[in-house]
Design a protein around this ligand. Structure first.
Ligand code: ZN
Ligand code: CU
Length: 488
C-alpha cells in the first residue's frame, strides 16, 4: 500500500491566488490526492490507505505549493551540490536554469569565460539537452530542474568572433542545437544581450532563434540590452522579438538600474502593461535593491556601493567594498575593479520604491537570480522567497499572502509551462511546503549571506519529505529533470 501523509487543519494557500481557507491536504506517492475542509476528506479516499498514513498537525501554519525559482543560474550547482540547500531551505522545489543567455547546454569547454563562469567551471560537458537531463536525473538533486537554452552559450559554441551578428551558417547551426534541446524538453530560449558576448546580436538573429523556440511551443526569457538609461528601447526590442516569433516573453529581473534611473518603473511598468495588451508578457524580480553579476568596469560609476563577492586574483577581498579597496590601493574604483577581475560583485544600483512597484505588479513572478558559485554570494541565493513573505507581505503589507504565494508558484508554473506543478490540486505532483506565517523570514544578509531561513518547517518534493526546519535536509533527494508541458 502506498504510504500517505495527511496535513491537517492548515491554512491552505493553493497557488492560484484564490482566498486562503482552512483545511486538510492528503499526499500519497508522488501526488496530491485530496484537499478538503478540516476533517472532510472522504472516508473512502482515506480508506485506500488503511492505517498507513502519517498525520501532521498544521494548525496555525500555511500549506502551500513548493516555490518555483524561475530565475536561477543553478545549471551546474544541481550536479555539483545536489543537496541544493540554498534553495530547498527556502521552500523551493523547482528551479529554472539557463537564464540570462547562459546555460551549460550546448557547450563543451574546460575554460568557460565570464559571464558563463557564473555557472561554475566544472560542468561544461554537454553537447545537448538530452545528456544534461540524464545527468540531472543521475545526480538526483533535491529539487526539480527545468532548463532554458542560453543564446550566449549557442553563440560561444558556434561563433569564433562574438563582436558581430551571426552569419547564416552559424545561425543555422544555433537553430539546430536549439531545436534538439527543445525536443529534449527545454522550456525555451533565454538571452542576455546586456552581456558583451551577445551584445552584437541583431534583431534577425534573435528573432530566428525565438522562432525556433516558438515552433516547439517554447518561451523567450531575456536579460534586456539596457537596464539603465536605455531601458525603454531595450524593453521594446525584447517585445518585438517575442512578437515577431509569436511566443510568450519573460523579462528577467526587471529593474531600473543606476541613480539616474531611479523612479523610472513609473515609465517601464506602464509600457509593459501596454505591450501586454497585445502579447503574452511576464517578468521576474528579486526582493533586493542590489543586483549581482561579474565584475565589470562599466558598472563602476563611483556613486553606488559595490560589494565584492569574489575575485580570482584576490579571493581574500570577498566581502569588502570596492571603495575601501580602492582607497587602500590608492587607485580609482575603476582601476581597482580591473585589478580584481575576473570576479563578481553586488551592485547597489536600485531604489526601494522601484523594487516594491515591480514586486506588487500583477505580471511579476519571484526569481532569485542567486549565484551559487560566489565565495560570498548575494543574499538572494539563500533568502529570496522567505524575504518576500517576511518583508513585503507581513511587514510592509505590499501584497496579500495569496498573491505573494501565487507569484512564487501557480503563476510561475503557468508562464514557464511546467505541467502539474505550482498548485495544490488533486492529481498534481506533491511539491508541497508548510511554513509558519508568523515566523517565516530570511536570515541571509550582505554581511552574512549563507544562512538558513526561519519558519520553513517542512518541504516535500515529488511527495518525498526532503527538508524539515528541525532536522534540516532529510537526505532524500527526490528532484528530477522536468520537461516543458506539451500542450498549452
Ligand atoms: Zn541577468
Ligand atoms: Cu540571471
Amino acid at each position: 500500500m502506498t504510504r500517505a501523509t495527511l496535513l491537517r487543519n492548515g491554512l491552505i494557500v493553493d497557488g492560484d491566488n484564490r482566498p486562503a481557507r482552512r483545511g486538510d491536504v492528503l499526499l500519497a506517492g508522488e501526488r496530491i490526492v485530496a484537499l478538503a475542509a478540516p476533517g472532510q476528506i472522504a472516508p473512502e479516499v482515506m480508506a485506500q490507505f488503511g492505517q498507513a498514513f502519517d498525520e501532521i498537525d498544521c494548525s496555525g501554519k500555511v500549506i502551500a505549493p513548493g516555490f518555483i525559482d524561475v530565475h536561477t543560474h543553478d545549471d551546474g550547482a544541481v550536479l555539483d551540490a545536489p543537496a541544493m540547500l540554498p534553495k530547498l531551505s527556502q521552500g523551493v522545489t523547482t528551479v529554472v536554469v539557463g537564464n540570462c543567455g547562459l546555460s551549460l547546454v550546448p557547450l563543451v569547454t574546460q575554460e568557460p569565460v565570464a559571464p558563463l563562469a557564473l555557472l561554475g567551471r566544472q560542468q561544461f560537458r554537454f553537447p545537448g539537452m538530452a545528456g544534461y537531463a540524464q545527468a540531472v536525473d543521475a545526480a538526483r538533486p533535491s529539487v526539480n530542474v527545468a532548463a532554458l537554452v542560453g543564446h550566449t552559450t549557442l553563440r560561444m559554441h558556434h561563433m569564433a568572433h562574438l563582436d558581430r551578428p551571426a552569419q547564416a551558417d552559424e545561425l543555422a547551426a544555433m537553430v539546430k542545437d536549439l531545436e534538439e534541446a527543445m525536443a529534449a524538453g527545454a522550456l525555451g530560449l533565454s538571452s542576455g544581450v546586456f552581456y558583451q558576448e551577445a551584445y552584437a546580436a541583431d534583431q534577425a538573429e534573435l528573432t530566428a532563434l525565438a522562432c525556433a523556440a516558438a515552433r516547439s511551443g517554447g518561451i523567450y526569457a531575456t536579460h534586456i540590452r539596457d537596464e539603465l538609461a536605455g531601458i525603454l528601447p531595450a524593453l521594446q526590442e525584447a517585445a518585438l522579438t517575442a512578437r515577431q516569433a509569436g511566443l510568450p516573453l519573460v523579462l528577467s529581473h526587471h529593474k531600473c538600474a543606476g541613480p539616474a534611473n531611479w523612479g523610472r518603473t513609473r515609465e517601464t511598468l506602464p509600457l509593459i502593461e501596454q505591450l501586454a495588451r497585445e502579447q503574452d508578457i511576464g517578468m521576474d524580480v528579486y526582493p533586493y535593491t542590489a543586483g549581482s553579476t561579474v565584475l565589470r568596469e562599466d558598472l563602476v560609476d563611483g556613486v553606488i556601493d559595490i560589494l565584492i563577492t569574489g575575485s580570482q586574483p584576490h579571493p581574500e577581498l570577498a566581502g569588502r567594498y570596492l571603495a575601501d579597496i580602492a582607497r587602500v590601493w590608492e587607485l580609482t574604483q575603476q582601476e581597482a575593479c580591473r585589478r580584481l577581475m575576473p570576479g563578481g560583485a553586488c551592485y547597489f544600483q536600485m531604489r526601494e520604491d522601484d523594487v516594491e512597484r515591480v514586486i506588487a505588479h500583477p505580471l511579476s513572478m519571484i526569481g532569485s537570480d542567486g549565484l551559487p558559485h560566489d565565495e560570498r554570494p548575494h543574499p538572494r541565493l539563500w533568502g529570496t522567497f522567505p524575504r518576500v513573505l517576511a518583508c513585503y507581505w507581513r511587514e510592509k503589507g505590499l501584497l496579500p499572502l495569496e498573491q505573494a504565494v501565487h507569484k512564487m508558484t501557480g503563476l510561475s508554473a503557468r508562464r514557464f509551462k511546467l505541467d502539474q506543478r505550482g498548485l495544490l490540486k488533486p492529481g498534481f505532483y506533491a511539491d508541497v511546503l508548510v511554513f509558519d506565517p508568523a515566523r517565516v523570514r530570511d536570515l541571509a544578509t550582505f554581511e552574512n549571506p549563507i544562512q538558513f531561513s526561519a519558519g520553513i518547517e517542512r518541504v516535500w518534493v515529488n511527495g518525498v519529505l526532503s527538508y524539515t526546519e528541525d532536522g534540516r535536509a532529510t537526505g532524500a533527494r527526490a528532484g528530477r529533470f522536468v520537461r516543458r508541458a506539451v500542450s498549452s
